[in-house]
Write a new protein. Sequence first.
Length: 314
Amino acid sequence: MGNMIVGKLITGDDGLLAGEVGAWAKRKHSDLCRYVDISRAVRKGFVAPGHAGASFIDLFCGPGRCRLEKTGEWIDGGVVAAWKKSQERGAPFTRVFIADIDPRRRQAAANRLRKLEAPVTEVDGAAVEAVHGVVRQLDPNGLHLAFLDPYNLKALNFDIIVALSRLKRIDMLVHISKMDLQRNAVSHALADDSSFDSFAPGWRAKMPVDQVQQELRRQVFLYWREKVAALGVWPSTRMDLLTGEKNQPLYYLLLAAKHELAQKFREKASNVERQGRLDVWILKVDLQDAKTHRRGPGSIMPDYDGSQITAAFG
Ligand SMILES: C[S@@+](CC[C@H](N)C(=O)[O-])C[C@H]1O[C@@H](n2cnc3c(N)ncnc32)[C@H](O)[C@@H]1O
């Protein structure tokens, strides 16, 4: 499954290659754009002439345009949506780095971004190699935002996160779908070449392999998050579990950011929450009475404590 390219390519409404995606992609993009929006004031300080600049890094960029499977609606891919948002809000990224294991997808995204006058740089290869090519080109004093949105856990090699963590100012949004975790059943974990080995290296020494699937996944996931936190560069790592219309867990969004930005994100997010404008549903589980609370559109979990993971796997 590792480097497999999933999903078919179709001709987009603009004539370039595009992808087909599930409805949740819209929400994923709105989360991404929300962060781009909320971080604009900080970014402004970096994008002014003579300053170190602010980059957007997308190592799993996809083609940049997609059609929703059920409704046929066309939407921008994540990187295009993020670029447009940064422009619209008066703090455009000074560099946009994109990579995708499939060069057709990356080139389609690059074409779309160039039409929008984005300062795009394509980097060849799988994310785990491309990340080094990107880091080499970054201004060490700049402000950087990486969006990591792979199809599967294996592609999210931990070395990518380690390489990014060496940057002075880097925020990271990581998208992990529940399906990805489900695909990695125990039988898969038992294989010599498990997805878990690249996603969370060292996991085998930390937990018994022969436990029920749901518990193993939960423990691998918590272990991964601890590894991210242990890199020590992101004082604020928060994890949100986003759920679908029927309250089913859909995916996790990990935001790893420097204090000020994460704080801003929180403040702004709760402002938006009060105005009821966000289409984000969060499942929050109270461990004490094991009751499940759905907090409604726009609610943001106060803090990550691991209980959400229990919910998702329960
Ligand atoms: C979920 S899609 C990305 C969607 C995109 N972020 C968006 O929001 O529109 C994942 C992409 O990762 C690419 N991919 C798969 N394995 C990869 C790897 N090891 N390195 C880089 N890209 C990979 C796929 O070709 C696919 O385009």
